[in-house]
Design a protein around this ligand. Structure first.
Ligand SMILES: O=C1O[C@H](COP(=O)(O)O)[C@@H](O)[C@H](O)[C@H]1O
Length: 246
């Protein structure tokens, strides 16, 4: 799944750069997201990407000190960003808890929203840039980014970025894009690999509400793509699995 997703992402970035000169991708944390980045780093096709014309953002971050190995940013740098010639000025990690806003997660979320606004899509009156692809690793509890089932952040309709407190998965304090911000992306790709994701994929693709099942509320403006391996797809409703091969 990681290799197939990496190959798709390379193609998508190359196409976006050919069409618009640049591409923008929102990265996710977690096992599946990091697996994709590692597969991308290992792919000979990675040289087709113009890494200097790629903007990278994050969908969520664990609010920890800079350099903490549990930060999504640190894991992404290890898996991919230290291995390709990205332009550091176009890499936009979410703030750390010892950064310019200190331990104030709300201020850090506002700060990231302001950074997103500097690159926003003026033509579409958007609060955030027009992301080409927004990646989301689906958690076993159906969370995406740091939007956890029944958490207040899921009610946010105005702000593109919010702080999260009391997350059920450590660390408890996080920063996340909101569902309205996620839905402005051209394409949203949801990643689920492994047996422990099978129930999450089944539930999310069975038409539930987004407050109970955040993954169900994550979709892109022109495309929503679920990328699953066989284990994660094994519990899908019969009308969805086995997938069509045509
Ligand atoms: O904590 C997080 O977890 C999820 C999914 O992680 P996984 O290891 O179960 O694949 C990820 O989407 C999110 O970005 C991250 O902060």
């Amino acid at each position: 799944m990681a290799q197939a997703a990496a190959a798709r992402l390379i193609t998508k970035i190359v196409d976006a750069q050919a069409a618009r000169g640049t591409a923008s991708v929102v990265l996710t944390g977690g096992r599946n997201g990091n697996g994709l980045l590692a597969a991308l780093a290992a792919s000979p096709a990675r040289d087709a990407v113009d890494w200097g014309r790629l903007d990278l953002w994050w969908g969520d971050e664990r609010f920890l000190p800079a350099g903490d190995p549990d930060r999504n940013e640190v894991q992404a740098r290890e898996a991919l960003l230290e291995r390709v010639p990205v332009d550091p000025s176009r890499v936009h990690p979410m703030p750390a808890c010892d950064g310019p806003w200190g331990n104030d997660a709300e201020a850090a979320a506002e700060g990231y929203a302001a950074e997103l606004a500097t690159a926003r899509d003026v033509l579409n009156h958007g609060a955030v840039p027009r992301f080409d692809v927004l990646l989301l690793g689906v958690g076993p509890d159906t969370h995406v980014a740091s939007l956890f089932p029944e958490h207040p952040a899921l009610h946010e309709r105005e702000r593109p970025v919010v702080a999260v407190h009391g997350a059920p998965k450590p660390p408890p304090t996080r920063i996340t894009l909101t569902l309205p911000a996620i839905r402005t992306a051209r394409e949203v790709w949801l990643l689920a690999a492994g047996e422990d994701k099978a129930d999450a994929a089944r539930i999310a693709l069975s038409g539930p509400g987004e407050l109970q099942v955040p993954a169900a509320g994550a979709y892109g403006e022109s495309r929503t793509l679920w990328l699953l391996d066989r284990a994660a797809a094994s519990a899908l409703p019969p009308q969805l699995y086995p997938p069509a091969t045509a």
